[in-house]
Every structure is written in C-alpha cells, then in structure tokens.
Write a protein that binds this ligand. Structure first.
Ligand SMILES: *[C@@H]1O[C@H](CO)[C@@H](O)[C@H](O)[C@H]1NC(C)=O
Ligand SMILES: *[C@@H]1O[C@H](CO)[C@@H](O)[C@H](O)[C@H]1NC(C)=O
Ligand SMILES: *[C@@H]1O[C@H](CO)[C@@H](O)[C@H](O)[C@H]1NC(C)=O
Ligand SMILES: CC(=O)N[C@H]1CO[C@H](CO)[C@@H](O)[C@@H]1O
Length: 808
C-alpha cells in the first residue's frame, strides 16, 4: 500500500525536523497549510466531487434513459441520403446539433485529405474471334422492396484510391490474392506480368490483394465475392436471395478502399501526410507508397461468372481445394485463356478535400482523465444501416442518455468525448489524422478508447480489446439479459465465442489509439453468426430495409449495444478506482510469447547472442525511448489556437516519468549468453509482471472497498485514500503506454505498439508481438535478438510502472 509517509517529502521532513526547532515549526506549519490546501483542493472540489456524498447510481440514470429506444429514428435518418466521406455536410451539422441539443459541447474539426471519387468505369470481355462477348453493367439491381437500392443518387460501384487507367489484357484467377496465392501461381509457372488478375474477397484486406497483384506485375485487378464464402447460405442450398430471403443478392458488389493500410512501410490516414495531421497548409508527400498504381474494380458474382467460365480448361487446374469457390459452371482454372481479353477502365477524381469529424464533450470533474467513444459516419453507399450507421445510431443514443443524466444534475467524474469520424472507409482517415493532431494530449489524458463501427449486422456479440479492458467488458456483459432468452449477454458470449475477446488488428478507428498512441482500446458490435442472413457489406443492400426486415427488426440489438457500450464507458468514467485490470495483460502476454517462440528454429537456441550487434538492444536502455515515453511525442507541427479544443492541443508536454530499463549484467553473463538464455530472461520478466499485476489488481479492489467505506474514516485517512487512488489510477492509465517503442515496427514505424499491430500480410487480422514474430518468420537471428531485447525492456517498464510513486 502506498502511504503518504513513504513519500520523499515526508521523509525529508523528518530529517529537517532534527535540525533546529525554529525550522521544524516553520516546516510543520508549512506542511499543515499545504495539507489543508490539498484537502480543500482534492477532497472538496476538484477531485472526485464531494467525498462525503453517497454516490448517485449512474447506471440506473443511464439505463433509464435508454429504456426509451430511439435507435431506429437515427438509423433511418443516417441511411436516407448518400454520405460518402467528405460529402453531406448536412449530416455533419445535424450530428453537431444533436450533440448540442443533448447538452454536449460540440465542435466540427476539419482536415484536408486526398480523396478519390468515382467518375466513370467500364468492363468488357472480348473474344479474339467474335470481338465483344459481354459488356458488364457494374451496377447493383434496383430492388422494388428496398427504397435505397433505387434512385439517381446511388453511389456507383468503385474502390476508394483505385488508380485511374484503361487496360486491355488477358486475365488470370488468383483465388483470394494472398501472398501465398501469388507464390503458388508463381510456382506453377502462371505468368501474371501484364495480366489482369481476378481475386475473390476474403482472408486479407482488399488493399493488400491489389498490392500483391501490383508487386507481381499485374496491370489491373477485379475483386468479387464468391458464394463459396457465404457459409452455405446460398441459392444452391435452397435459400432465396435478398430481398426474398437470407442469401446474397447475386448483383451485390462490395465497395471499399484499396489503400495498402496495414502493409509494409505503411500507415493509415491521409496517404499524403503519413504520421502527421492533414491540417491546411501542411507539406504533402507522394501518396504512391500507400496507394496502388493499377486500376481496380469490384464486381458482383453474377457478372464475374462469364469471365471465370472463360478460364475453364485453361492454365492450371486448381490443385488445392481452397482455390475452388461455388460459382455454378466455373471450374476455377487459373488461366489465362489466350482467346479472351478484358478491357478494364476506371476513372476517379483525385482531390484534396475537406473531411469533418464532429466531437461532443461532457466535461468531468477530472478533466485530465478522458474517455473517448468513437464511431465513423461515412458509408460507401446511400444506406449503411449496418456499417457504420448502426454505430452512429448508438452514438446518438449515448449522447441522448448522457445528456439526460446531465440535465438531471448528474456530475460526471471524468470527461467523456463522443466522436463522429469522417473518412474511416477510405483508410481510417478522420480518426488517424485527429489522433496525430491531438497525440500529445491524448497520450497524457486518455484512459480508454471505445470504438463502435458496425454495432449491429447480426446477433452475435463480438469483442476485441486490450487485455486491460477484458474484465470491465465481461463484467458489464453479465448485467444484461440476452434478447429473447433467460441467460445473460455474457452467457451468450461464452456460448458463441467461448468468451474469447480478440486482439485488435486494424480495420477500424481504434487503430491510431492503440497502435500509435498506446491507449487501451476496445471494439464492440453484434455480427452475423453462421446461420444468420448474409450481411451485404459495403453494398446497396446494407440498407435500412435490410436492417428492419432481416437483422434487427425492433432495433433491440441497437438498444443493447448502446446500453452495453455506454455502461462500460461509464464504469470507466465514474468509478473512483479505474476498472482497468492488469493481470489479464500479464496472462495474455505470456500466451502470446509462448506462441511466438514455438517457431524459433532449434538451431538458434544455443547460438551465442553476445556476439550479435543486436545484443545491445537488450543491455542498454535507449534514451530516445525514455524521452518518447516521458514526453508526449512531438509532431513537428505547431497547432494554432483556432482549432477546436485548443486546450487539448496546447499545454505541457510532460506525460509521466518512466524508469530506465536496461539490464545490468555481470561480466559472466555478458560473455557466452545464448538465445535460449534470453528467452529465459524474457520469461522471468513475464513472471515478475504476473506477480506485480496480481498485487496491483488486489490493491485496486482494496482501494475501491475503502472508497465505498469512506464515510466511516477520518479526514486525514480520506486525504491519504484520495492520494492513493490518484497515484494508482495514474499508473493504471499509463500502463498500456509502456508498450510503445519509439522507433516503431521494422519498416512500419508508424506502428509503435510492441504487442499489437495489424498483420503485415493480412491487414485486418491482428498480429501479436509483431516485431519478434516477424523476425522469426523471416529467419533473421539478429532481428529476433533485437526484438527480444525491445519487448523484454517494455515488459519490465510496464510492470515497474505499476509501482511508480509520483511525487506531487
Ligand atoms: C480505353 O481503351 C480502349 C482500347 O484501347 C479504347 O477503345 C477506349 O476508347 C478507351 N476508353 C476510354 C474511356 O478512354
Ligand atoms: C425462461 O424460463 C422460464 C422458466 O424458468 C420458462 O418458462 C421460459 O420459457 C424461458 N424462456 C425462454 C425464452 O427460454
Ligand atoms: C565462453 O565460450 C568460450 C568458447 O567459445 C570458452 O572458452 C569460455 O570459457 C566461455 N566462457 C564462459 C564464461 O563460459
Ligand atoms: C474541389 C476541387 O478542388 N475540385 C477539383 C478536383 O480536381 C479536379 C481535377 O481532377 C479539378 O477540376 C477540380 O476543380
């Protein structure tokens, strides 16, 4: 337990007290005055409100507000007009007005980013004998039943940041377009150079399919969705197509961004401002390291069929089952067919365009402790009832409920900021740029970031999070009943997902918070299970009609998502002791580490590491790293005063002190240490972390219990308790920050978190302990030694940080 008597000030005082009586009295007087001042300062006003009051039941206030469910109203509003990134300023103002109507302080935060908008496109299949065989419509069917699938204001089928071009060539089928798929084609002697490549959606982020195709010499790409990836919910199995049943509409097309996102060398955000915010007047870089240079179009399975049929019997037979989809009449040969060519034409307008985030803030009594809840607003289509506007409906519901609490006189303990991001779809634009812009303040102030993108597209709860948030997510899920059942949301989660909370890779707006700023983050949503209706992701059929008819007719899951997410956020903002825990982090990290070293080649184990240059990473502490962690990183960018929340941008840069974490080794140690010895050292560090986190979480419980019992303790005890909680929370807040490494990952320096990153060859899926795992994958011994050093120091830093005493 942290006692005030332990602090340097007090022990210094005892020494002084033994010198002269006069000084002693003077000092005591000074200390007394200070204590009274602090007492007034912390216990009566700014810290935790009135310590003598009993706490208002915030959960009840909040849940009462959401007993009225207006999610349908917001959903219908947001899905009634097109709202592609950087368009529909009406929605921006409406969102701001809603925040204000509910009593939040609201701002529109504008950025200028490189955008691409569809202008024209065509696709033609030709035969060398007869000429044109098939001209593709590249359109989704207008369905009578679904109003937003019709009209003159539909957004064409296109892919954001796909290059302009008009190419004619033979074509090749490349399965999912993964690195392995292209390697397979290469091995089989199928030449891709100068060809158009047809790939299906699935397995990896679409932008990386384009990158791998481009790197293999392809000159164009077509991406389609194969019914084979619909888990058997197909017409072949007797399911009717949307809107008459749950199967995929055969004309549906998945739009999306083909930015390279999580690939090597890359960062999310505006491709012309990697690592710094896209505010007016900033210097801009060549975007072509993170966007492609070959034209790409998305296509429906109905329209890709004649193209793929043309490959039957040509090129190589698919020799692996996983190359075969379920398109009738298609045999999934690789091609090419020398008689057939495709002409693919894509034209988009590339512009530096304004994008608008909208923020709403409820100031808490502790405004240096901030909780952020974010959702993006932009969609690829007129609808977007699932992606993202089920989340937007939840965000507005949260504004309404928090606003109602405020109107009833409830005083929030910590500051809550709601964010409606623009441009997530093109590459996490709005969130990334503001994260870079507010980096200093966020690193200093933000306790947790909660993301809701697709809040509802099915009925299965899906959670992804930093381990610090596992417990609060699970505990909160235990408080709700699962709709139409006798069991809890948590029971359902255990039943459907084994209670497994996934790690966060990339693919939504938490990326900048977790991977770049080291802020504990979570992502929540209800997703389709295997028997649920097909979710027409990024298609016109992700519409209000689909939501109302198939996914969530009474908007019960929207309501549950709002209640669940809101309560998690409120627990984080309102509990005296932060509900973050650290034992789960230690356990999870041990698991990641055990898994990572499974693939260490046997031949490495006895290799002497002290001869490796990389050995330095283990034994030295890196001043730069400490500087980076102690001070919020500078962006080389001086914000002006006229931006929203200037108080978030200006101010001290000091974040928190971090201890030096080099290893001092004995001479004996440093002579003949092997790789195996290093692994043991890392394990030892993880064991220490397990012990320390255990003690720390126990301490959290003790402090919370004391706080709840505070009415019965004396005023001096109360002051001590408040300090103890203050220090404890502060250490908890910065725990996740300790996993940042200032140089970032090899060839992806924007990604600073040593535990979580998107997979370099998958984009969406998370890679844990990326530096070490990639070094092992690449069979690079020196790099593995280097990364073992980096992560072991970070582990040490994190667990030592839990004991950190901060002098006032
Ligand atoms: C694209 O190229 C083809 C063949 O070279 C040509 O016939 C066609 O007019 C071009 N289309 C456009 C829109 O430029
Ligand atoms: C819930 O439990 C009660 C009795 O325990 C039972 O009558 C009812 O059918 C159950 N409801 C559901 C949806 O399982
Ligand atoms: C280190 O290894 C060398 C041989 O490579 C050996 O001669 C020496 O005794 C070893 N030193 C220690 C401290 O084990
Ligand atoms: C708003 C804006 O800047 N529009 C420009 C986008 O780029 C085209 C050229 O591709 C210009 O003609 C527009 O003026």
């Amino acid at each position: 337990m942290l006692r005030l008597e332990d602090s340097e000030k007090t022990s210094g005082l005892h020494k002084t007290a033994t010198t002269t009586k006069a000084i002693r009295y003077w000092k005591w007087g000074f200390i007394g005055a200070t204590a009274i001042f602090l007492w007034l300062q912390f216990s009566c006003s700014s810290y935790y409100g009135d310590v003598n009051s009993t706490e208002v039941d915030y959960a009840k206030l909040f849940l009462d507000a959401l007993d009225i469910n207006l999610a349908l109203v917001w959903s219908e509003y947001y899905t009634s007009e097109t709202h592609l990134a950087g368009t529909n300023y009406g929605f921006v103002e409406w969102t701001k007005n809603k925040f204000e109507e509910y009593g939040l302080k609201a701002e529109i935060d504008t950025y200028e980013m490189l955008m691409s908008y569809p202008e024209d496109h065509s696709l033609k299949l030709s035969n060398s004998k007869d000429g044109l065989v098939y001209e593709h419509s590249l359109k989704e069917d207008a369905l009578k039943k679904d109003p937003t699938s019709q009209g003159d204001d539909l957004i064409p089928t296109f892919l954001g940041y796909a290059a302009n071009g008009n190419v004619t060539a033979q074509y090749v089928y490349a399965n999912y377009g993964t690195r392995e798929d292209f390697a397979h084609l290469h091995k089989e002697g199928v030449d891709i150079k100068g060809k158009i490549v047809i790939v299906r959606y699935g397995k990896i982020f679409r932008g990386l399919k384009v990158k791998f195709a481009q790197d293999s010499g392809a000159i164009g790409v077509l991406i389609y969705t194969d019914p084979g990836d619909d888990f058997g919910i197909t017409p072949k199995n007797g399911y009717k197509q949307y809107p008459n049943g749950p199967a995929r509409q055969e004309s549906s097309v998945q739009r999306g961004s083909v930015q390279f996102l999580g690939g090597e060398n890359l960062a999310p955000g505006d491709p012309t401002t990697p690592g710094y915010p896209s505010k007016p007047g900033v210097p801009r870089k060549n975007p072509y390291t993170s966007i492609g240079q070959i034209p790409v179009l998305p296509i429906s399975y109905r329209e890709v069929k004649p193209i793929l049929e043309g490959l039957n019997g040509h090129g190589k037979k698919p020799n692996k089952n996983d190359w075969v989809g379920e398109l009738d009449g298609v045999k999934y040969f690789t091609g090419p067919n020398e008689d057939l060519t495709l002409n693919l034409y894509n034209k988009q307008t590339y512009n530096i365009t304004e994008l608008w985030n909208v923020y709403g803030e409820i100031k808490g009594e502790l405004d240096n402790e901030v909780i952020i809840i974010g959702n993006h607003r932009d969609a690829w289509i007129k609808g977007g009832a699932g992606d993202p506007n089920s989340g937007s409906a939840v965000l507005i519901e949260l504004a309404r409920a928090f606003g109602q609490m405020k109107a009833l006189g409830y005083k929030f303990k910590r500051t809550i900021i709601l964010q409606s991001f623009d441009g997530e779809e093109y590459g996490l634009l709005g969130s990334t740029e503001q994260g870079e812009y507010f980096a200093n303040k966020y690193k200093r102030k933000v306790i947790a970031y909660y993301n809701v993108d697709v809040a509802v597209a099915g009925k299965n709860l899906k959670l992804g999070a930093s381990p610090t948030l596992y417990k609060v997510l699970k505990d909160t899920a235990k408080l709700f009943q699962y709709p139409g059942s006798n069991y809890t949301l948590y029971d359902h989660f255990v039943d459907k997902s084994n209670g497994y909370i996934s790690n966060l890779g990339s693919g939504s707006d938490y990326t900048v918070y977790l991977d770049h700023l080291g802020i504990s983050s979570a992502d929540i949503g209800f997703v389709p299970g295997k028997d649920d209706p097909i979710y027409h992701y990024h298609s016109n059929y992700d519409s209000f009609y689909w939501m109302k008819t198939f996914a969530d007719p009474d908007f019960i899951f929207h309501n549950l998502a709002a209640k669940f997410l809101g309560l998690v956020a409120l627990k984080t903002s309102e509990e005296a002791v932060l509900p973050l825990t650290v034992t789960d982090y230690a356990t999870t990290l041990s698991g990641y580490f055990t898994k990572a070293i499974l693939n260490v080649p046997d031949s490495w184990l006895d290799r002497i590491v002290t001869k490796s240059k990389a050995w330095k990473s283990f034994v030295t502490h890196d001043e730069e790293d400490l500087k980076f962690l102690s001070e919020a990183a500078s962006n080389n960018y001086q914000p002006k005063n006229d931006y929203p929340f200037p108080e978030l941008v200006k101010g001290k840069t000091r974040m928190c002190p971090h201890s030096h974490s080099g290893y001092s080794l004995t001479n004996k140690d440093s002579v003949n240490l092997t790789f195996k010895d290093l692994i043991e050292k890392t394990k030892k560090e993880l064991k220490l972390m397990a012990d320390r986190t255990d003690i720390f979480d126990t301490k959290s419980k003790e402090l919370q219990a004391k706080w709840e019992n505070r009415q019965s303790i004396g005023w001096w005890e109360k002051v001590r308790l408040i300090y103890a909680i203050l220090f404890h929370n502060r250490n908890l807040k910065y725990f996740e920050r300790s996993f940042l490494f200032h140089k970032g990952l090899d060839s992806r320096p924007w990604y600073k978190h040593i535990v979580f990153a998107p997979g370099r060859y998958t984009g969406y899926a998370g890679q844990t302990l990326p530096g070490l795992v990639e070094a092992i994958e690449d069979e690079d011994f020196d790099k593995a030694v280097y990364w073992l050093g980096i992560i072991t120091k970070a582990f040490k830093r994190a667990s030592e940080g839990l004991d950190r005493r901060i002098t006032i």
